[in-house]
Design a binder for this molecule. Structure first.
Ligand code: RIB
Ligand code: CA
Length: 308
């Protein structure tokens, strides 16, 4: 597919899976790289391969970090199940990873192509390692569009969002790297984009392999939010980071300085955005505050339906 050139770094994960289908519809995905996060690395890698197989995508998948830089590895089985894609019947995965060196894939791909977007939608370990190993890639980037953090409450703790909490040191490196453009889709944004029973029914009625599988993923996610939070809607986090690259006009951004708490007992992984009027802090990030959820959801549903 033509469109912005991206590397999608992910930890599939239900919403990562939808982000893969959306990105393939609107971007030129140069590579998918996987990281330990929602599930252990071998599962997130298998899940990325599964989504490429389901959608007939010819995109190389490179596995990366199996643990964070410093903190212990943590996963999210309550949200994504032990496979990382619990819910729908799981097809046998035939593909294999192109390599187990996601970091080198990121470095060499950015060196070989102009104007590449890094789109990390899991813990930022791979991206941080690539930036540390090859600082020259930063100025070559078109930007970094990440799903992570929050200006407001967290999810994995009262103050921290999972992707940042899972590897706060990596997140701090990425936010401080000086990339030409960093866009942050945090929970304050992603909770504006939710899937409910009506969208699930719409996908299931379409009846293709992809829409039926994604409907099963959404059923699982929705059941979890219903049980844990009494919600009748499941936020679609990771596709927001893709749309911030492909359809930025759907968003309202605010230029902010954002840093990451790496050691607080109650605040590890908290993204601290400086929203003080007249602050002298230099912005390092465009924080997404608003999204046109109706238009975004239409793009997502159309993308999933396009894989007939
Ligand atoms: O907090 C939401 C994020 O954590 C999403 O990327 C989801 O896939 C999980 O990784
Ligand atoms: Ca994710």
């Amino acid at each position: 597919m033509t469109g912005p050139k991206i590397i999608l770094d992910c930890d599939p994960g239900h919403d990562d899976a939808v982000a893969i289908l959306l990105a393939a519809r609107h971007c030129e995905i140069l590579a998918i790289t996987t990281v330990s996060g929602n599930a252990p690395l071998h599962m997130t890698t298998a899940n990325a391969l599964l989504m490429c197989q389901l959608a007939g995508l010819d995109v190389p998948v490179h596995s990366g970090a199996d643990r964070p830089l410093l903190v212990p590895a943590a996963h999210a089985p309550r949200a994504h199940g032990h496979t990382g894609l619990d819910g729908p019947p799981r097809p046998e995965v035939h593909g294999t990873a192109a390599s187990n060196d996601a970091v080198n894939c990121i470095i060499e791909t950015v060196r070989a192509h102009d104007d590449v977007w890094l789109v990390p939608v899991g813990p930022l370990t791979n991206v941080a390692l690539a930036i540390r190993q090859a600082p020259d890639i930063v100025e070559r980037l078109a930007g970094i569009s990440l799903m992570g953090g929050a200006v407001g409450p967290g999810n994995v703790t009262p103050t921290a969002e999972f992707n940042i909490w899972a590897d706060p040191h990596a997140a701090q490196i990425v936010l401080a790297c000086g990339a030409p453009l960093v866009r942050m889709a945090g929970l304050n944004l992603t909770h504006q984009l939710c899937v409910g029973p009506d969208v699930i029914a719409q996908l299931r009625d379409h009846g293709s392999t992809a829409t039926t599988f994604v409907a099963g993923l959404f059923d699982f996610s929705l059941a979890g939010y219903r049980e844990r939070a009494g919600l009748e809607a499941a936020p679609l986090h990771d596709p927001c980071a893709v749309l911030a690259v492909t359809h930025p006009d759907l968003f309202e951004f605010g230029a902010r300085h954002v840093d990451v708490e790496t050691s607080g007992e109650l605040t590890r992984g908290m993204t601290v955005a400086d929203e003080r009027p007249g602050t002298e802090a230099t912005p390092n990030c465009e924080v997404a505050y608003r999204i046109d959820a109706e238009a975004a959801l239409e793009l997502i549903v159309d993308a999933v339906r396009s894989y007939d």
